[in-house]
Every structure is written in structure tokens, then in C-alpha cells.
Design a protein around this ligand. Structure first.
Ligand code: NAD
Length: 691
């Protein structure tokens, strides 16, 4: 696990645990043993701790956290990491960390326990534990402030965001950047100039100003004031940093251990960790491993509207050459302009180097003719959601491209079987359903027809991963997966409106539940007309969905389509996306209530949450029963990544399981009696109850 070599007085300890140098207990033991040996070795004057030349370590094995059975075990795990890293810091001979790649979490904690740090120019540093709902447990809350100051450390610890090598150097997190490519040589130089060990735990210059520390704590507390109560990690991080600076380094370490155990004790953290593993699992598809996926180095996107533009950008961001085609020259130009301005913005925000932006834009070619598309290995169709238009375009793609080219449709509702009719080689058609905005949304549904060969699926899955997205394999059925669950949820919001609930109360309830935005604000953004059209397809296929409230139908009939028309459920002022109460919508609701003979009633937050969440839950069981997804956890990942379902609830099915399936079934029975058959529990749920 650790290679030990000595030359010119320097001992290089090289982590060698392919593929990622993940830190486990056996590695910690070996590290301590290797350090002991180096410290006893009379030839060794200094030690270099390194990984591969392009990657130091991926940090602690998250699997360790999943298996923790008790508070004591959590405390012990944290303590063992802390002690091993303390042994590094206590080395009587100077230790230099030579790091590269993404240096995250415990990998950074290990590097910080070394006396000096040199890094590759492309290295990035972060403490992402907080995003998993835990606090760093291996000394990170103590050493980071001592190296870069309290305020900067709290920012890194509380956001989980990464900084690059230059910033790390400026802040003092690293001592030198190994320009010229030879990291080990830089580490040797650093050792030569070292006058003995410099223990991070004893560094005080960045944290000695008590007033500045207090200001940083106050700032952090203000930032955390609005946090969800389920998520305790940020508070535990703050407590540990504070204890370490106000009391002592040792007190801070103890607080870290306790905080780690407290986080692991919450359902929210366990759910986040569950999702972390579930997301890794989605691309493991039985039968696909042995299928060689085709390499895609050149792709094409047909249709440069909202989706085509985002998809093309996602491809370019991953270094894939892409030809974009639209029949409409002005749509093509608008799309290319949107891509350019989005890339420019990233440069302005410092998220992309100007040279990288140039390189990215160089990958794009725009055309209205089919010749440029001919050599694409994968073509993504993103034209209007109209079966006839799509069929024509699929025919054109087949005419232009080689027989090996894979054709992916981004349709949201049309069955791939119906699109495949008339194709010369329908077997090469696959669904790749991106979400809006496609360059940043992390989910892609890969839709497989019964006839889709494994190689085509394997290529689509690999391609989605190359775009750094999470692919979820879905069987071809109307609405695929996410829309199939989400449309009933959106529809239920309109039933609640019709019954008398206020739009802000409905939206507020779901924000309280944990969604980033409420269903009615969301549908105003996406367009009520889109809901009506999609619902037509879904209700045609799934009678259990029940009808759409006339409130939505009438709003569309009157031209209240949402933000794009200036009004929908809410009213919008020009150039302002703030939802405001709409007198027009209120009138439509009153009309519908009158026509249906319905007296409006107050609807409480509990009922809103219960009805909206359980519509998704019930549909999730139908989806499982039909074998639309491979595993429950795939559905959980897809809903969290595709709709913003709160990750601390673990996804739709995990949420149902945490409520208890018996409880869910009883609630659905009650709602079916009160609101209608759309709530009647799926048979699978009845069968699984108690399992
Ligand atoms: P859009 O109307 O914004 O863009 C469609 C583009 O296709 C237009 O620029 C149009 O000029 C072009 N086009 C139409 N016919 C063409 C043809 N024959 N040849 C070449 N170009 C042609 O539509 P959109 O919102 O980007 O949606 C595209 C597809 O993505 C649809 O199937 C839609 O259902 C799906 N989708 C949309 C979203 C979304 O949120 N908008 C999300 C997921 C999937």
C-alpha cells in the first residue's frame, strides 16, 4: 500500500492503492509503520509523502461511514484517523506532502498534518464533508484555520467548495507550486530548505487575533441561521473550530469526534450517504460490463433551442467535438450566441481559464446543412416535441451519418417505439433525456427500448458519464421516470388550488419540505402549456393519474402560460421574475370553484405536503411494479438530481420507507377516500408493506 524508497537523504512514502489511494484503516496502519521506519533510518533526513503524479488520494473510504453502528464506533473511527495524522505531525524528521489532482477531505487533512506542502499546478483543494452532512473527523477543523485563517477556513469547511493551487498558495495552504512538472523535485527542494518540522497544530500566526476569530464565528453563525434543522454538520463544524481556537487544539479534536458521531446519528446524514452510494450504483448495469461501449469523440446536436444549446455546451465542457444543426438560421445563431455568452460568463466569474474557454469554443461547429454531421459517432436529436417532425429528422440523420452512428432522442414524452417506426436501423435509437438547463443539470435518463442492443445502451451510459452526468437507465414507457412521478405532483398542486389553498402556501409548504422551489413557481417557469401537453400523454397511458384540474386548463386557455406570457399562477412584471399575486388567476380559480360547486376551504401545510409527496410515492411504486428502473435507489437518485427532491430525505422511495410503508399505505387509503381514486395505493405497495 505504501512504497518506501530512499535517495539523497529523502525517504519517499508513495501511497499505492489503486485506483484512488483511498484511505482505510489498513493504510493508516501502514503509514504509521512506514513513518516509524523512516524516522529510525539513519540515511533519512526528511520524508516526502506522495501519491501518483496526477493524483494524491481520494480521501477516506466513505464506506467506513456507512458501516458505523454506534456513537462509540463513530468516535473511534474519527479518533483513529486523528491519531494516525497526529503521528505524521509528530514526526521528528520534516515531512513534505507532494499532492496533485483533487485533494479532498481526509486527503487534505493528511496533507495538512505534514509539515510542508507542495502541489501540482492543476491541484484543487476542498473539504466536501459538509455536503455529505458530516463534519471533517481527522483534524481538518483544527489544522485548516491554523494554516489559512479562521474566516477562510470556515468558508471552505461550510461550503465544501474547492480552491485552485494559486489560491491555495496565496492563502498559505500550500508552500509551493511545483511548476515544471516534477513534483517530487519541488518536494526535495522544500525539504532541503526546511529547518526541522513545522507542526501545523502549533502554528498560531493566522489565528491569534481573538477579535478577528470572533467576527468570523459571528459571520458564520449568521450564514447558518437559515439552515434546515435536519442538517447539523455546519453547526458541528463551527463548534469544533471554535473549541479548537478558544479552548485548545485537543479540545477541538474531541469536539470533532463528537460532532462526527452526532452527524452520523441523524437520518439526514444517513440519507445523504445512502444517495452518495446510490449515485455510484446507477451505471452498474448487469450485462453491460462485458459490452464494449463505442468511443465518442465527435457528436452532433440537432435543434438549437433551449435544450440543444445546453446539451452542446455540456459536450464542449467535456472536450467533445460537436457539430450543431438547426434548420432555422436565426435559431442557430441565437443558440451559438447563448453558448458563447455562457462561456464568457464563466471566464468572468473565474470559473474557466481564458485559454480553456478558447479551446472549448474551438470544439463547436454550427451548420444548417447535414454534411458537417456525417462523421458524428453519436447524434442527439433535440428538435420540437412533435412526433412527425422528429421522425423526419431521424430519417435525415440516418441519411447523413454512417450506419454505426448512434442516434439519441431528447424527447420528454414521445414513446421511442413510435419514433423508431420508419427508421432503417431502429436498433440504434436510444433515449437520452437531459434536464433543463442541460449544461448544469446532473441527470440523464437513458431510455432503452426492448429492442435496444446492449452496446448502444453501454455507449449512451458511458457518454453520459463522460459528460460527468449521472445516467439512470429507464425502460421505454410514457414519461420515462422523472416526469412520470413529477407530473402527478405538479397536477396535485392545482387540485389544492382548486380546493382553496393559496399558491404561496402550497409553494411554501414544499420549500419547507426541502425543495428549492415550490411546484407552482416551477410550473410558471416551465410553462403551464407544457404541463397540459405532457399530461395528455401521461393520462392517456396511466388512467390512475386522474384528470388535470380545470384551473390549469382554463389558465392555459386564457393565455396565462407562466413567466413567458407575463402571468400564470402568479403575475410577473416586465424583466422581473418575482412571483406576485395574480387577480386573473384568482378569478379563474373562483370560476372553476363555482362551476364545480366547490366551497373553498382552508388547507393546512401538513395536508399540502402529504398530498404532494404521496402522489410521487404512489407513482414510484407503479414504476417499480412495471420494472421501469433497475433498482429503487436509481429512482431515488433520479428524483433528487432531476427535480430537487430533498437529498436529506434520501429520495422518494427512501422517504416512503422512512415513513414506514404501512403508514404510507394507510395514508393513501385515507386520501383515496377523501380526494379520489388517484390516491388508491398501488398493488405493489400493499404487497411490500411489512416487507
Ligand atoms: P425549442 O423549441 O426551444 O427548440 C427546438 C429547436 O429545434 C428550434 O431551434 C427549431 O428551430 C429546431 N428544429 C425544429 N425542427 C427542426 C428540423 N426539422 N431540423 C432542425 N432543427 C429543427 O425546444 P426545446 O425546449 O429545446 O426542446 C427540444 C426537445 O427537448 C423536445 O423534444 C423537448 O420535449 C425536449 N426536452 C425539453 C426540456 C425543456 O425543459 N425545454 C427538457 C427535457 C427535454
Amino acid at each position: 500500500m505504501i512504497e518506501y524508497t530512499v535517495s539523497d537523504g529523502a525517504c519517499v512514502l508513495r501511497l499505492s492503492v489503486p485506483p484512488l489511494n483511498t484511505i482505510t484503516f489498513p493504510l493508516l496502519n501502514e503509514l504509521r509503520a512506514a513513518l516509524g521506519r523512516a524516522n529510525l533510518d539513519p540515511e533519512v533526513q526528511g520524508i516526502i509523502l506522495a501519491g501518483q503524479s496526477d493524483h494524491f488520494s481520494a480521501g477516506a473510504d466513505v464506506g467506513l461511514f456507512r458501516g458505523l453502528a454506534s456513537d462509540e464506533e463513530a468516535v473511534r473511527t474519527s479518533r483513529l484517523f486523528q491519531e494516525a495524522f497526529q503521528a505524521v505531525e509528530d514526526s521528528p524528521k520534516p515531512v513534505v506532502a507532494a499532492v496533485a489532482g483533487r485533494v479532498m477531505g481526509s486527503a487534505l487533512e493528511l496533507a495538512m498534518a505534514c509539515h510542508f506542502r507542495v502541489c501540482a499546478p492543476s491541484a484543487r483543494f476542498s473539504m466536501p464533508e459538509v455536503t455529505l452532512g458530516i463534519n471533517p473527523g481527522a483534524g481538518g477543523t483544527q489544522r485548516l484555520p491554523r494554516l489559512i485563517g479562521t474566516e477562510e477556513a470556515l468558508t471552505m469547511l461550510l461550503t465544501g467548495e474547492a480552491i485552485d493551487a494559486r489560491r491555495a498558495r496565496a492563502l498559505g495552504l500550500v508552500d509551493a507550486i511545483g511548476e515544471g512538472g516534477d513534483l517530487l523535485e519541488s518536494a526535495r527542494t522544500s525539504l532541503r530548505s526546511a529547518r526541522g518540522p513545522r507542526k501545523t497544530g502549533l502554528c498560531t500566526d493566522k489565528v491569534s487575533n481573538a477579535a478577528a476569530n470572533e467576527a468570523a464565528f459571528r459571520g458564520a453563525r449568521q450564514r447558518l441561521a437559515g439552515m434546515r434543522p435536519e442538517i447539523v454538520a455546519p453547526w458541528k463544524i463551527l463548534e469544533a473550530v471554535q473549541a479548537g481556537l478558544v479552548e485548545s487544539f485537543q479540545a477541538g479534536l474531541r469536539r470533532e469526534q463528537e460532532g462526527f458521531a452526532a452527524c452520523m446519528n441523524t437520518l439526514a446524514t444517513r440519507n445523504k450517504i445512502y444517495l452518495f452510494f446510490a449515485a455510484r450504483e446507477t451505471s452498474r448495469i448487469p450485462g453491460l460490463a462485458e459490452q464494449a461501449a463505442a468511443d465518442v469523440t465527435k457528436a452532433a446536436v440537432i435543434g438549437m433551442g433551449t435544450m440543444g444549446t445546453g446539451i452542446a455546451q455540456a459536450l464542449m465542457m467535456s472536450g467533445i467535438r460537436v457539430a450543431v444543426l438547426d434548420q432555422d438560421v436565426s435559431a442557430l445563431e441565437r443558440g451559438v450566441d447563448r453558448i458563447r455568452s455562457s462561456v464568457r460568463k464563466r471566464v468572468e466569474q473565474g470559473r474557466l481559464a481564458p485559454e480553456a474557454a478558447e479551446g472549448m469554443l474551438g470544439l463547436l461547429s454550427a451548420t444548417t446543412g447535414w454534411r458537417e454531421v456525417a462523421d458524428a459517432q453519436l447524434v442527439i436529436e433535440a428538435v420540437f416535441e412533435d412526433a412527425a417532425v422528429k421522425r423526419t429528422v431521424l430519417g435525415q440523420i440516418e441519411g447523413a451519418c454512417g450506419e454505426e452512428a448512434i442516434i439519441a432522442s431528447n424527447t420528454s414524452t414521445i414513446s421511442l417505439d413510435s419514433l423508431a417506426e420508419g427508421m432503417r436501423h431502429p436498433e440504434r435509437l436510444v433515449g437520452m433525456h437531459f434536464f433543463n438547463p442541460a449544461h448544469s443539470m446532473p441527470l440523464v435518463e437513458i431510455i432503452r427500448r426492448d429492442a435496444t442492443p446492449a452496446k448502444v445502451v453501454a455507449t449512451a451510459v458511458r457518454f453520459a458519464k463522460a459528460l460527468r452526468k449521472t445516467p439512470v437507465l429507464v425502460r421505454n414507457r410514457e414519461g420515462f421516470l422523472v416526469n412520470r412521478l413529477f407530473i402527478p405532483y405538479l397536477k396535485e398542486a392545482f387540485w389544492l388550488l382548486e380546493e382553496g389553498a393559496d399558491a404561496p402556501a402550497i409553494d411554501g409548504a414544499m420549500v419547507e419540505f426541502g425543495f428549492p422551489m415550490g411546484p407552482l413557481t416551477l410550473i410558471d417557469m416551465a410553462g403551464l402549456d407544457v404541463l397540459v401537453l405532457t399530461d395528455r400523454v401521461l393520462t392517456g397511458a396511466f388512467r390512475s393519474h386522474g384528470p388535470l384540474s380545470n384551473v390549469a386548463v382554463r389558465l392555459v386557455e386564457r393565455g396565462h402560460l407562466g413567466q413567458k406570457s407575463g402571468s400564470g399562477v402568479y403575475r410577473y412584471e416586465k424583466g422581473d421574475r418575482t412571483p406576485r399575486p395574480s387577480a386573473e388567476a384568482a378569478r379563474v380559480i373562483a370560476e372553476v370553484q363555482q362551476a364545480e360547486g366547490r366551497a373553498p376551504r382552508p388547507v393546512g401545510q401538513d395536508e399540502i405536503i402529504r398530498r404532494l409527496a404521496l402522489r410521487m410515492v404512489n407513482e414510484a411504486f407503479y414504476v417499480m411494479a412495471e420494472g421501469i428502473v433497475q433498482r429503487e435507489s436509481d429512482m431515488d437518485v433520479a428524483m433528487v438530481l432531476g427535480t430537487g427532491f430533498p437529498d436529506f430525505r434520501g429520495g422518494v422511495l427512501k422517504y416512503a420507507r422512512d415513513l414506514g410503508l404501512g403508514h404510507v399505505r394507510a395514508d393513501l387509503d385515507r386520501l383515496a377516500a377523501e380526494c379520489g381514486a388517484r390516491f388508491a395505493p398501488c398493488r405493489l405497495l400493499r404487497e411490500m408493506e411489512g416487507v
